[in-house]
Write a protein that binds this ligand. Structure first.
Ligand SMILES: Cc1cc2nc3c(=O)[nH]c(=O)nc-3n(C[C@H](O)[C@H](O)[C@H](O)COP(=O)(O)OP(=O)(O)OC[C@H]3O[C@@H](n4cnc5c(N)ncnc54)[C@H](O)[C@@H]3O)c2cc1C
Length: 436
């Protein structure tokens, strides 16, 4: 990337005011103190941490505790923020974005529009006006909370036993509500975990009174006057309910680039500088598809820390810094009912290939560790219960370190920096007085 010397102030436009957009502001402002920054959000709240909406639903956190930057942030960074203002269209030739009542020109654009909930095609669902919810935004959590309180709901059906469905269930259970989860796969969290890890979380859910119906899905929603009354499962089973929450995942929110020449696959394709195929348009976060270090292909990695890093890198590069994103791979770091969990990369390798697995499990203590190795390099890991020092594992993955000389120590409680080869230790720990 070439850094251009400019005489006039740059104009930056950021679409989306969540972690990718906010990190982009920070990246720009670290270098360019004068450029004009305009941020557009279609939500009516100035910012909040999406991973915390289940704690809001649970009643554990208030709305004002969800902000990850306060209102002063936008004043300090000299940013003009427009909330309740969706960007409707981008003209990439003229470099203009359109909102309902006007348009704005830009030199550099960042698209951080995140993901939208997937709504599966279920018979009857299109006729329902009341009682069906999704769970990806704070407004979803507010709507669910209000509905539950208004209708004095005691039992909820959640479709989807993945991350979103489970986070929502956790919030509801904490409110004292009974939850029935319906999951298509033979276990919950099928994309993130292997069988052992899924079972630890499943047992915890059951302990809390949650019913989990697996290998099943909803075939039909029955309503009366547009209000949910009952759902019918694939196996014919009927469940009376006033509320159904759809939590089957998200897809990149790419509507905004329709009709432009910006290239997308599932998400908007970006290079290591977070640039799209148009060099003055950048993207990052859940809407973007960057290079996955483990899979060696472009992927959407829809997690908070990756969105933060992609946004920041884009911000630097919109000012022409030429910074590369060197390390993203699939990772999930989530707590369920007080059990901290982290998983990286390939956690469920096919049995017929040359993978080595090192693992340790204690169901009683909700403890599990698994490392997946291929050609002496770690390509995946699951940690449940005790997640200390897992950062070292992610470093070993990122730097593609040969672990053959210490692989048996990887899941040991004593595993730490001192176990690592001296050359690698020197690479990660440097400083006066530090003996490696
Ligand atoms: C319930 C839940 C729990 C989660 N828990 C975790 C967790 O524990 N750990 C973790 O790492 N990740 C978690 N995630 C994922 C994490 O929240 C996302 O990876 C992260 O929020 C992505 O940030 P983003 O800025 O790319 O997009 P988003 O946070 O999706 O924000 C995009 C913003 O752009 C706005 N927007 C879209 N289109 C337009 C438009 N045309 N004009 C203006 N604005 C627009 C959207 O309304 C939204 O405000 C969770 C997600 C959910 C839903």
């Amino acid at each position: 990337m070439k850094k251009e010397k400019k005489l006039k102030k740059n104009k930056y436009i950021i679409i989306g005011n969540s972690i990718a957009g906010v990190s982009c502001i920070e990246g720009i402002r670290e270098i360019d103190k004068d450029g004009e920054i305009f941020v557009f959000s279609d939500e009516n709240i100035f910012n909040y941490s999406r991973p915390l909406i289940s704690y809001y639903l649970a009643g554990r956190l208030k709305e004002e505790q969800l902000n990850f930057r306060d209102e002063n942030f936008y004043i300090e960074k000299n940013v003009k923020l427009f909330i309740k203002t969706p960007v409707k269209k981008i003209n990439t030739k003229e470099k203009i974005v359109y909102i309902d009542k006007g348009n704005f020109d830009f030199d550099y654009l960042f698209i951080g529009t995140g993901g939208s909930p997937i709504i599966p095609q279920i018979k009857g669902i299109d006729k329902i006006r009341e009682g069906v919810f999704t769970f990806t935004k704070l407004n979803d959590a507010k709507n669910i909370k209000n509905f539950i309180e208004k209708e004095k709901i005691k039992e909820v059906v959640v479709l989807g036993g993945g991350l979103i469905g489970l986070k929502c269930s956790e919030g509801l259970i904490e409110r004292g509500i009974s939850v029935i989860i319906i999951e298509l796969s033979d276990r919950i969290l099928p994309n993130t975990f292997d069988y052992n890890a899924s079972m630890i979380i499943e047992n915890k859910l059951k302990e809390k009174g949650c019913e989990i119906i697996k290998r099943n899905t909803i075939e039909k929603v029955i309503g009366k006057d547009g209000i949910v009354k009952e759902i019918i499962l694939k196996d014919g089973r009927k469940i009376k309910t006033k509320i159904l929450i759809i939590g089957v995942g998200v897809i990149p929110e790419t509507k905004i680039i329709e009709g432009t020449e910006i290239i997308k696959n599932k998400g908007i394709i970006v290079n290591e500088f977070m640039q799209t195929n148009l060099p003055f348009i950048f993207s990052g976060g859940d809407v973007a598809e960057g290079e996955d270090l483990i899979l060696n292909k472009k992927s959407v990695i829809a997690i908070w820390p990756v969105a933060a890093r992609m946004g920041k890198i884009a911000g630097y590069n919109m000012v022409g810094e030429g910074k590369k994103y060197d390390g993203m791979f699939i990772m999930n770091s989530i707590e369920f009912f007080g059990i901290p969990t982290i998983s990286f990369g390939i956690t469920n390798p096919p049995l017929n290939e040359n993978y080595e697995i090192i693992e340790k499990i204690d169901y009683e203590k909700n403890f599990y560790r698994k490392i997946v190795i291929k050609e002496n390099k770690i390509i995946g890991a699951i940690y449940l219960g005790k997640i200390e020092r897992v950062g070292i594992i992610s470093g070993l993955i990122k730097n593609k370190i040969d672990v053959s000389s210490f692989k048996n120590l990887l899941i040991d409680d004593k595993f730490g920096l001192l176990v690592l080869p001296e050359t690698y230790r020197k690479h990660i720990v440097k400083g006066e007085g530090i003996e490696v």
